[in-house]
Design a protein. Sequence first.
Length: 167
Amino acid sequence: MEGKKIQDSSVIIAQVMLPQDANPAGNIHGGVIMKLIDTTAAVVASRHARSNTVTASIDRLDFHHPVYIGDLLFFRAGINMAGRTSMEVGVRVEAENYVTGEVRHTASAYLTFVALDKNGRPTPIPPLILETDAEKRRNREALHRKESRLAEKKQEATCQLDSKNCG
């Protein structure tokens, strides 16, 4: 299978935040932003795999600044790591007040997706072609998150078998 460059599947999606997206204080609900992050990451994963993909996990989602009614949100997403059937997508969310021009980094997230074939079974995906130092760094960081996630999963399985040794 031929490799793909990160830029081949990366996307930027923009969305204006409207009153129906907010709580009574005028802040946008975190769940609205989470859904848009997942949707954006799914577009990237599906473009890379050229197949249906499903969210397997969200390793990390951090909110840095609030988002307000009228803000224009930009969801910038790209593949960080591609395994055999799974991939990590990083999403950076920026809010722009398009009246003042102020831009705030409002959220970051790492999501893992699995590519599925027509029968709903995991299917192989293209490897990544890493070109820049930043892409190589993000790939190393993604591999470290994957190793940590797998070690945690192994620990959970061990705890289920022998709960005496788990706190």
